[in-house]
Design a protein around this ligand. Sequence first.
Ligand code: THU
Length: 129
Amino acid sequence: MENKELIKLAEKAMKNSYSPYSNFKVGVALLAGSGKVYLGANIENASYGASICAERVAAVKAISEGEKVFKAIAITCSKGTACYPCGICRQFLSEFGDLDIIVSEDGELVEVEKLSNLLPKNFSAKDLE
Ligand code: THU
């Protein structure tokens, strides 16, 4: 699966964003270990705090379908500027491997960055041993 294809799928996913409060749409395409791609969009809530980011929507879809690791995630947002995953999503994703974060702007690739470079010294299972 090419980065370009994942970006296209992330743009498609963004169309299903439910974001009436921020009007900020986010779409992602997550490539999991099996080779399957899981789409996600941010889903907001009137209570604000119950909102969930696009990255975690895709991640819980994948894990609950039996995936064990993630390879890459393409992220797009409606602002037309490069979007990086928020801190909570970085931590959440780091549980399932050091995946490639594919950052795009207006459908064009900006950069590919390893999650470990965006979240160095992450808290992990090792810390609980
Ligand atoms: N959002 C995401 O979906 N992913 C991020 O990594 C950052 C923020 C969403 C949450 C909220 O619905 C909107 O963007 C504005 O914060």
